[in-house]
Design a binder for this molecule. Structure first.
Ligand SMILES: Nc1ncnc2c1ncn2[C@@H]1O[C@H](COP(=O)(O)OP(=O)(O)OP(=O)(O)O)[C@@H](O)[C@H]1O
Ligand SMILES: [Mg+2]
Length: 387
């Protein structure tokens, strides 16, 4: 009996299906480490809940740490603000450095803390036309980044990882973006980079905070292809000398429909259904079929929690989208307005909130879908066709 190698609800140990992004990251890593260059654009991967954002950032981090890059990890959204979180991260990571190496970093840390800590700077500067606090902060942050990344004896490069970037404060995003702009203009030989991940509204949140969004490189995370799902199911078992029958792989991939969290649920529950096989064991379609009820239960719990977390207006909207997409079509603004019997303009704030929550995805031209497999079906079971 071997324990399950699958990771429902945990960081994935490998990220099949993200090969292009990993290749791109490796190339940037080489620019950073081998050529000692700044990565001038802030990278932002975005997608729905459970699509694998954190797992991707952690995979980047593992690759970077193998190359002696100093990695600072921040999960945005704390009260203190993004920059304070970054400052804390750098302080922690460098606190054990010998005094000589850390002196200038510490000076910059202190300076930045003072800059951040002055209450009411924003309102005063508006009146006196003093430089905006984020501009002051950006200079200080830039110096801190320079001092930290430039300590070649200790680190090859510096990468800031920012998860849940959609929850970062606008001032923090602005300060970071200004700092990166300065670095790009004046210090392209500082080996530093920022990699962020967030929900589908992250690009919008960032665009609202800064005017020059071309400084950001956005990468949407899609559902997994069949091949990626097969790799995610087969490889961890293979390492324990357990084989999936091809039909079992095909069935699990079909049922999980590309949603990474569901793939892990199917892997885990099929493993249990197969009796937590010893080396030499096999997982068959029968095991996957047995797994189905437990996976459905877990997914329904997840959907129920997401549903509970919506307002009455949002629910009406979701129900309309779920029924309109029953035959695989995206729901467009006009259809939705008809079904809900409201003007299409009045839909926009509900729509924006649902995108922000990662429950619907914009497909362009005012069309939206419910992207997480199974959620639309769950909603249709819950509420009858409103038409
Ligand atoms: N490339 C992948 N292949 C297979 N499974 C994956 C992959 N990426 C992530 N997973 C699995 O999917 C689930 C969700 O992963 P993760 O927590 O990284 O997603 P997330 O987008 O950060 O979710 P959230 O929005 O809730 O923070 C986990 O069970 C994880 O093990
Ligand atoms: Mg996450």
């Amino acid at each position: 009996m071997q324990p399950s190698p699958y990771t429902p609800g945990e960081i994935a140990r490998a990220v099949p299906g993200r090969g292009e992004l990993i290749d791109e990251f490796n190339e940037r890593l080489s620019l950073l480490v081998d050529l000692q260059r700044l990565i001038g654009r802030i990278h932002v991967a975005f997608g729905e809940r459970g699509i694998g954002k954190t797992s991707l950032l952690r995979a980047y981090q593992r690759l970077a740490e193998e190359r002696d890059v100093l990695c600072i990890w921040v999960t945005a959204g704390e009260q203190s603000g993004l920059i304070a979180q970054i400052v804390d991260g750098i302080r922690d990571a460098t606190s054990s450095w010998p005094h000589a190496a850390a002196t200038s970093i510490r000076e910059h840390l202190d300076q930045l803390t003072v800059t951040l800590g002055v209450p009411g700077v924003a309102s005063v500067s508006a009146k006196t036309r003093a430089p905006a606090p984020e501009a002051v902060g950006a200079r200080a942050l830039e110096k801190l980044i320079r001092a930290t990344a430039d300590d070649r004896k200790r680190v090859k490069a510096l990468i800031l990882f920012i998860d849940e970037v959609q929850s970062a404060d606008a001032d923090g995003i602005r300060t970071l973006a200004y700092a990166w702009q300065h670095l790009q203009a004046e210090a392209s030989d500082i080996p530093a980079a920022v990699y962020a991940a967030g929900l589908p509204n992250a690009p919008e949140q960032i665009a609202d905070a800064v005017t020059f969004s071309e400084r950001f490189a956005y990468r949407p995370l899609e559902m997994l292809s069949v091949g990626a799902q097969v790799a995610a199911l087969r490889d961890p078992a293979f390492e324990l000398d357990v084989t999936w029958e091809p039909d079992a792989l095909a069935l699990a991939a079909e049922l999980a429909a590309g949603y990474p969290y569901a793939v892990q649920l199917y892997g885990d529950a099929s493993w249990v259904a197969a009796g937590r096989p010893d080396a030499g064991g096999t997982i068959t379609p029968r095991h996957v079929k047995t797994a189905r009820s437990s996976v459905d239960r877990d997914l329904r719990n997840l959907f129920a929690a997401r549903w509970a977390n919506t307002t009455a207006n949002q629910r009406r909207f979701l129900v309309a989208v779920a029924w309109l997409q029953e035959h695989g079509d995206a729901a467009d603004r006009g259809d939705l307005a008809d079904v809900l019997d409201v003007s299409s303009r009045s839909l926009s704030s509900v729509r924006a909130r649902l995108i922000a929550k990662g429950l619907i995805r914009s497909e362009g031209h005012g069309r939206v879908t419910i992207p997480v497999p199974g959620f639309a079906g769950y909603i249709r079971e819950l509420v009858d066709d409103p038409r």
